[in-house]
Design a protein around this ligand. Sequence first.
Ligand code: KIV
Length: 280
Amino acid sequence: MSAQSDIKRITVPEIRARKGADPVVCLTAYTTNVAKYLDPNVDLLLVGDSLGMVLYGMESTVGVTLDMMINHGAAVMRGANRACVIVDMPFGTYQESPEVAFRNAARVMTETRCSGIKLEGGAEMAETIAFLTARGVPVLAHVGLLPQSVHTIGGFRAQGKSDAEAKRILNDAVAVAEAGAFAMVIEGTVETLAHEITKTVPVPTIGIGASPACDGQILVSEDVMGLFSDFTPRFVKRYADLGPMIAEAGRMYAEDVRARRFPGPEHVFGGQSKKAASAG
Ligand code: KIV
């Protein structure tokens, strides 16, 4: 057995038990290598359907398919030994009925071996969340700004500014917690609402653009690393700027190839290029 496989994976009940304790540290990951790099320092890796926009250049997450999520979920599981890995259910794979949701969630769980799934929605998804959790599918809920509903809400804008909207989202949070979600993402809400939800529900709240009032935080890794520059939301903090480093590496490589500096003798099998160079 390898040393790596001795590492114990953080479980869903352990994440659930972090309510009101140490902050739950979460990031997205879509690939094996990124998962490997992030795994030692995060509690939860989310294979988010944001991959549609971040990796595939889509305009929204609506075009993401179940097969895409399964392929990337399996890739992340191959890179992460310690973090609890949760895979997003894409648009159209869980809204129709609890049975359809279970069938698709079961595919995600069996084909990726992840620890649970995430789905977007509030009170209207409570029945489905109860159905899934009762049948062995841990659910991370997602309330507030729901990117899969971008066409209904007409764009990405902060949620909970009016009293009526704040009341509805608080009601959503209570409904998904009562239905059995082990934690919930709160996205794009005003701080007062995130605070109210966090105070009210008995499960950890994981904020993205939802203030420090939450029990944990999540960001899209490509935003954190400076690898996605289509837009940078105000709530993102950039910890690295890898985009320009990639561009510079590409520029230096191109320059070397054009100047015939690469490949050098140390990159060649059989030493032909050294002979060719001295013969020339
Ligand atoms: O898809 C995603 O990456 C998400 C996070 C931003 C919470 O839902």
